[in-house]
Write a protein that binds this ligand. Structure first.
Ligand code: ADE
Length: 258
């Protein structure tokens, strides 16, 4: 069963295909996990506006076991838990690829993958189509990676119960890079780690100018845009130095603390 999320996602069929800027296909054993979050707020709006198309597929639909729809089995050589079998995964990815003329870049969410960072997010957001494979249990038969050669991605050095939450993280982070999704494109530019500086973001304030003795820095009330930009840059550098000194080493071609 194919689940299309969001109202406009249901009308994707009627929409000329070249209008879809960014399509994500998610392959999972637990499609319902995506119902709540991905139909909310920014993503729902992006889908409604036809900027993003998100399709969730139940891997079990490609099971070769027509009776019980089993997709996992015990590992050869023994060991705990179950592995997802190679055949349903390959059949599923091939079928999903064939659902759209734009070839999808296949990603596998796994704690063994490359750690996801903003630069990778920006790079993935430039793809027109991603196919996300969410693992469960003890993972996939090795031949899944051998055959599909996916980009393996991790969202951090901890083990989740499956790749679904990681897939949501990836969708969330990439969708906001798609032109038109955020009202103000500058806001993603200034975000921590983002293209504007690759450092932590400067502190922000809104009204009132004073609360319980805590005041907004004068410079932000000054109206002097040059001074404000300078202050923000200094704050950004100081915060990064304090909290994430490691980012300076990764920052080639961007402002440094010197
Ligand atoms: N699946 C389980 N743990 C994960 C992680 N840390 N990142 C991505 N996928 C995962």
């Amino acid at each position: 069963m194919l689940r299309r999320l969001g109202e406009a996602a249901c009308s994707c069929e009627a929409m000329p295909r070249f209008f879809i800027m960014y399509r994500v296909d998610v392959i999972t054993l637990f499609p319902q996990i995506f119902d709540g979050y991905l139909t909310q707020s920014l993503l729902a709006k992006a889908i409604a506006n036809g900027l993003v198309e998100l399709c969730v597929h139940n891997l079990r639909d490609w099971s070769v076991d027509l009776k019980h729809h089993k997709i996992d089995d015990r590992p050869y050589g023994g060991g705990p838990g179950m592995l997802i079998c190679v055949e349903p995964v390959i059949r599923c990815v091939e079928a999903v690829q064939a659902m759209h003329s734009t070839p999808g870049k296949v990603l596998l969410l796994t704690p063994q993958g490359e750690q996801l960072r903003q630069q990778r997010v920006e790079n993935l957001a430039q793809s027109n189509r991603l196919i996300l494979l969410c693992g469960r249990y003890e993972g996939f038969d090795q031949r899944v990676t051998d055959i599909l050669q996916p980009l393996e991605l991790s969202i951090g050095d901890y083990v989740l119960n499956g790749g679904e939450v990681a897939a949501m993280v990836l969708v969330d982070a990439t969708v906001r890079m798609i032109p038109g999704v955020l009202g103000d494109e500058q806001s993603s530019w200034d975000d921590s780690f983002s293209r504007g500086n690759r450092l932590l973001e400067f502190p922000q304030y809104t009204r009132p100018p004073e609360f319980r003795g805590y005041t907004v820095p004068d410079v932000l009330l000054s109206g002097n845009h040059q001074e404000i930009a300078k202050w923000r840059q200094q704050q950004s550098l100081a915060k990064t130095e304090l909290r994430r000194n490691d980012l300076f080493d990764k920052n080639i071609g961007f402002p440094t603390k010197e």
